[in-house]
Design a protein around this ligand. Structure first.
Ligand SMILES: [Zn+2]
Length: 291
């Protein structure tokens, strides 16, 4: 079977059944020149997705030949998430004198609170760039879904975005392949030991840590990205009192997503208090609290 079918060369890319990006190379039947079923192929996002369904595997799973007309009855399951081992992550929880984000937290909150925050949220130190930190994403089962490496200015606490954005993933630096990055909420592991506090959700890891420092009466989590607010990612919050705090400009989008979720409120505190200058700058809750 493998000789008869090969990955299409130089053709169009299709939507990957695993990561939904238009980066999927489909298999072609050399005898007919036709594509095989639409989930037979390989995602070319090798670092972040790596989905690959061979014709032989398709045959093994379904018992039918993967012809173009073949359609699965069940939707494709998402690939199982990959994990970083705890030992690797543990080694990064040190050298905070070289961690710009931690140094900036000390300026804002003093040493004691800064270290409590860094400890609670598992913020690590990375050598990938001098001064870089790692925001580990540990899920409610204790497994590490990934580590996002970022660089901040130690005086201002602002992200270093010049000459490039300074965002990288630990699994890419370690060249772990294939790696199925399936993110969880940043800070999600804190839900396990703390079942009482109301939950506040913001967009960025930095805002989460800052909000936790200023408003410890709530348990703070982050979606860890602008487009990462997804209903299924909030399943772990089932039954809790949850408030979303969208950045300026994201209110409508987050409200729409929250509409279908019982018990989830969306705060418009930033929308109500923002000046024109704030809007232009895309103010977030951390900027507001730091004033
Ligand atoms: Zn993919």
């Amino acid at each position: 079977m493998e000789y008869r079918y090969h990955l299409e060369r130089g053709g169009l890319k299709y939507i990957c059944p695993a990561c939904h990006q238009t980066r999927f190379v489909r298999y072609v039947d050399t005898e007919t020149g036709e594509h095989l079923s639409e989930d037979c192929g390989r995602c070319d996002r090798e670092d972040s997705c790596g989905f690959h369904l061979r014709p032989s595997e398709y045959f093994r799973q379904t018992g039918t030949r993967p012809t173009a007309a073949a359609r699965r009855k069940e939707p494709m399951p998402e690939p199982e998430p990959s994990f970083i081992d705890a030992e690797t992550a543990g080694r990064s929880l040190t050298a905070y004198e070289q961690n710009n984000f931690a140094l900036w937290l000390v300026r804002v909150f003093g040493e004691e609170t800064a270290f409590q925050l860094v400890d609670a949220y598992h913020v690590g130190t990375s050598k990938h760039w001098p001064g870089a930190c790692i925001f580990w994403q540990q899920d409610v089962t204790g497994k590490l879904r990934g580590g996002k490496i970022m660089l901040y200015n130690k005086e201002t606490g602002r992200r270093v975005t010049e000459p490039f954005p300074h965002v990288q993933w630990v699994h890419k630096v370690l060249k772990i392949q294939p790696y199925h990055l399936r993110q969880c909420l940043f800070g999600e592991h804190l839900l396990v030991a703390d079942r009482e506090r109301a939950v506040g959700i913001v967009e960025s890891e930095k805002t989460t840590v800052v909000a936790a420092g200023f408003m410890p009466e709530m348990l703070w989590l982050a979606t860890a990205g602008k487009n990462n607010l997804k209903a299924e990612r909030l399943d772990v919050l089932g039954g809790r009192n949850v408030t979303l705090f969208p950045d300026l400009g994201a209110f409508e989008k987050w409200e729409e997503i929250a509409r279908g979720m019982p018990g989830v409120k969306v705060s418009d505190i930033l929308e109500r208090r923002a000046s024109e200058a704030d809007r232009a700058g895309g103010l977030d809750l951390a900027d507001y609290l730091l004033r």
